[in-house]
Design a protein around this ligand. Structure first.
Ligand SMILES: Nc1nc2c(ncn2[C@@H]2O[C@H](COP(=O)(O)OP(=O)(O)O)[C@@H](O)[C@H]2O)c(=O)[nH]1
Ligand SMILES: [Mg+2]
Length: 201
């Protein structure tokens, strides 16, 4: 049997370079831009398991202030992004809805870290997601998605509201924009790499 790349191990060779496959989660509450970000960044056609929202989600998935949203991610998004000759990221977008906690744990296994998308106008909705990640012990960076017409929130007050560690990166991001999304992801990867280096030192 031919085995595939092992996440986190320098395991396969492309163009003569050894590459490390790194699993990264893209998390956040409902309609915060997870599917958009994975789609924007993936170099392979992203897999997405969107389902038309049914009455089952009524009253649970909060559609207030969310226009044009008729699908919701029930399982996950998957994409791939080659960052350099040495690092390939496998992106797993996972729902922030509390009712998917069990699945969240299955997806989170083996991840090096998480990019947490937040909407500065709906900060409270990110509390559960951040709690979940912290419980799980995953390192993360915050990507602040500014939706049209929202005010730019001051970073200090945002850090206080989300009770972040001083070292946790906070980056502004537009999930529809490739450069912007890549910049957010690179901040996370830099942060994770520095942590690993410190732990090894
Ligand atoms: N203005 C703005 N809109 C966004 C951004 N990211 C996503 N959207 C829009 O927000 C809606 C929800 O995004 P989606 O990716 O489906 O959210 P998900 O539920 O987290 O996967 C879509 O209509 C997107 O086009 C962003 O960074 N800025
Ligand atoms: Mg989605």
């Amino acid at each position: 049997m031919v085995s595939g790349p092992v996440l986190g191990e320098p395991s396969y060779v492309r163009g003569g370079a050894e590459q490390t496959a790194v699993k990264i989660l893209v998390v956040g509450h409902f309609a915060v831009g997870k599917t958009t970000l994975v789609k924007t960044l993936s170099e392979i056609p992203p897999l997405s398991t969107e389902e038309t929202m049914t009455q089952a989600g009524e009253g649970i998935d909060d559609l207030k202030g969310v226009r044009g949203k008729t699908t919701t991610t029930v399982a996950m998004d998957f994409g791939r992004l080659t960052l350099s000759d040495h690092i390939v990221l496998y992106l797993f977008g996972t729902p922030g809805q509390q009712r998917f906690v069990q699945m969240w744990e299955d997806v989170a296994r083996g991840a090096l870290g998480a990019l947490v998308l937040i909407d500065p106008e709906r900060l409270r909705e990110s509390f559960d997601v951040i709690d979940l990640i912290e419980q799980y012990g995953l390192d993360y960076a915050i990507a602040v998605n500014h939706f049209d017409g929202t005010q730019i929130r001051n970073e200090h007050s945002l850090r206080e509201a989300l009770d972040l560690l001083p070292e946790t990166p906070v980056i502004a991001c537009d999930a529809r924009d490739e450069r912007s999304s890549a910049r957010a992801l690179i901040s996370l990867v830099d942060y994770l790499q520095n942590k690993v280096r410190k732990e090894q030192a």
